[in-house]
Design a protein around this ligand. Structure first.
Ligand code: GDP
Ligand code: MG
Length: 640
């Protein structure tokens, strides 16, 4: 298998192993009370995240630059034939997602172009299976698969007016009819090893067929993990290539971008030396980098076609000349490697936090047992005279603790009130209200400034909500931090201070969406001549994206809140029951219900049991930690 395929496969294997290790962890964690249900919930979330993890690559270019051939060469060389049809002319007419979800049968799903007239965004339309046309693709049936791809090429003729209503302007102003794509979006679900590991490819059509599809600019491209922009050596950077670059790629600066200069085999000239050819390729790569305003190192000259042929025929020399491996290595380490590193770090952090919280409760129980044994040992040799003193000391401790608890409950009530206010700010109903208002404004507005104003108001409100929630989080963090400190000083409950939370990331994301949106708005206004349904559809996409940011901010806030308020609760209960046990022990010894030595032995036993649990906790977490840490070092080694 190709390097990239192997890398994706090993990432998939790693995720599967990790999920298995986490499942084993959850199965046995019941033996580890306390706080076991919190652990269970958290680990369940982690498993869910790993299972739905995907690596997506969008290929963007004008038609005929070789996107489809590149997909074949990079991802399907083992199939020994072209999986994605590649030919001269406009082949891909609509954005096509190629991936594999095991939960559904192999198929192609096609969304008719007429759905562009509907108000819902593409994201929402995914939830209406009845409006998609679906054709089965049996496993391993590449014949049917090819037929499915042929459907993606279908077009239809539409009157100029109707075409314009769907966002397509014709090339030739004199024609009465315009040829437009038949489908708006295609999803291919095909059982192939690399796809089954979670790779999703997004093949996009050239500029003409894209028309005014907001989803591509606002979602498909920015939400993919990397974008591969394909140019061809024989055409250089044309005006429309540049348009694609500016409109669809260069607006997303944070994106992992790879620029491919394809078809370098056209420069292989028998009458020239290899040195001359290499110099020519280097010169072209420099020129591309200069025009696009990127570093030459980001330009990958390749021959997709020769790369595919070389792989199929096992021709090592041709493979080297195709230079496909350098592109692959970059994608493997920068894209898959980085993705894996990010996910490993995130999961390690969350797993450790939840496991550590449980561990500190056990450690407190162990310390309590040790102290209690020391206390009882003080009663040896009929030192009964000390009993009233000890009893009153524990009573004092207890009432001090009760005071602390009352303070904790007070602070918690304040925090809860604050938290409710923040969650209300980040809540769905407030957002829906604002969205509806903006929709009405957009619907009523016939002019670009009106649209712009509605958007700006909506973004400003949400930004303000996020800032307010951030402020509230800081306040809660400060209040709880003080309580944590008090409990650790006064009652020896050693807990790490709660982590701070910031919705900075969400605010940045919002800024990014707004920028792209406002920039796109002007361009869209020009091509659609202010057609209301187009503007509305565009706006719906923006809304659904903003809604995602809001939802994610709300979830983040809530899970942070649980992390801040939760652990102390478990410790408080633990501490309370320890105080009660200490008093009980002394009383029972005084009443001679138990002999002192028996009681001491019992508590030593208890301590041993807790120590076993601590050991077991570490053992249980070890396989999960190993998988996560192993990876961190592997990634470091690779980039070194
Ligand atoms: N010489 C040469 N031709 C290529 C190469 N890659 C693709 N092509 C040809 O360019 C045309 C368009 O390729 P295709 O993959 O369909 O382009 P797409 O429209 O970007 O998907 C086809 O005729 C391919 O055979 C290459 O590396 N070298
Ligand atoms: Mg194609």
């Amino acid at each position: 298998m190709a390097v990239l395929g192997e890398r994706i496969a090993s990432y998939g294997d790693w995720r599967r192993d990790l999920v298995a290790a986490l499942r084993r962890y959850v199965e046995r964690v019941a033996d580890l009370e306390p706080g076991e249900s919190a652990v269970r919930t958290k680990v369940g979330e982690l498993i869910e995240r790993l299972a739905t993890e995907r690596v997506s690559i969008a290929l963007v270019a004008e038609f005929s630059r070789g996107k489809s051939e590149l997909i074949n060469a990079l991802f399907f060389p083992d199939s020994r034939e072209r999986i994605v049809p590649s030919s001269a002319g406009r082949t891909t007419m609509c954005p096509t997602e190629i991936g594999y979800e095991a939960a559904r049968p192999g198929s192609i799903r096609l969304l008719p172009i007429e759905t562009r007239a509907r108000a819902e965004s593409l994201r929402e339309l995914r939830d209406f299976p009845e409006i998609w046309e679906e054709f089965a693709i049996p496993d391993g049936d590449s014949e049917t698969l090819r037929a499915a791809f042929a459907m993606v090429q279908q077009t239809r003729l539409l009157g100029r007016q109707d075409a314009a209503a769907l966002g397509f302007g014709g090339d030739d102003e004199d024609e009465d009819f315009v040829e437009i794509p038949r489908w708006r979006h295609a999803i291919v679900n095909f059982n192939h090893p690399v796809l089954a590991q979670g790779l999703v490819l997004i093949d996009t059509p050239g500029l003409n067929a894209i028309g005014a599809e907001p989803e591509l600019t606002l979602r498909l491209i920015p939400e993919s993990d990397a974008v591969v922009f394909v140019l061809a050596a024989d055409t250089g950077v044309t005006a429309s290539d540049l348009e694609v670059w500016r409109r669809y790629i260069n607006v997303h600066p944070g994106l992992g971008r790879f620029v491919v200069l394809n078809k370098i085999d056209g420069l292989w000239d028998e009458l020239r030396t290899q040195g001359e050819i290499d110099a020519e390729i280097a010169r072209q790569a420099d020129a591309v980098a200069a025009v696009l305003g990127i570093e030459t190192a980001r330009v990958f000259p390749v021959s997709a076609q020769k790369g595919l042929v070389a792989r199929i025929q096992g021709d090592a020399q041709l493979l080297a000349r195709s230079r496909i491996k350098r592109l692959e290595a970059a994608l493997a380490s920068e894209l898959v490697g980085r993705q894996q590193e990010i996910i490993a770090n995130k999961i390690l952090r969350e797993f450790d936090t939840v496991v550590a919280a449980q561990r500190t409760v056990l450690a407190a129980r162990r310390r309590g047992a040790i102290e209690q044994v020391a206390e009882l040992e003080g009663l040896r040799g009929r030192n009964i005279g000390r009993v009233p003193y000890m009893q009153s000391r524990i009573q004092t401790e207890r009432s001090e603790f009760e005071r602390g608890l009352r303070r904790l409950h007070g602070v918690r009530a304040v925090c809860s009130k604050h938290a409710r206010a923040a969650l209300e700010r980040l809540g769905s109903s407030r957002f829906q209200g604002a969205a509806q208002e903006a929709r009405n404004q957009v619907g009523a507005s016939h002019f670009l400034p009106g649209l712009r104003a509605a958007s700006i108001t909506l973004f400003a409100q949400l930004r303000d909500d996020l800032a307010t929630a951030d402020g509230i989080a800081t306040e809660i963090g400060t209040l709880m931090g003080a309580i944590y400190r008090d409990f650790s000083q006064d009652h020896g409950i050693a807990l790490g201070l709660p982590a701070l939370m910031s919705l900075r990331r969400h605010r940045d994301e919002l800024d990014r969406i707004e920028k792209v949106h406002l920039r796109h708005l002007g361009a869209l206004w020009l091509v659609s001549f202010g057609r209301r349904e187009l503007m509305q559809r565009f706006f719906e996409t923006v809304l659904s994206q903003v809604e995602d940011v809001r939802r994610s901010a709300g979830r983040e806030f809530q899970s942070w809140l649980r992390a801040v308020l939760g652990p102390l609760e478990a410790h408080v209960r633990e501490h309370q029951s320890q105080l009660r046990r200490r008093l009980e022990s002394i009383e029972r010894v005084v009443e001679a219900a138990d002999s002192l030595e028996e009681r001491i032995a019992e508590i030593v036993q208890l301590r041993l049991a807790v120590e076993q649990k601590l050991e077991f906790a570490d053992q249980l977490a070890a396989p999960v930690r190993r998988l996560l840490r192993e990876l961190a070092t592997a990634v470091e080694a690779e980039t070194a």
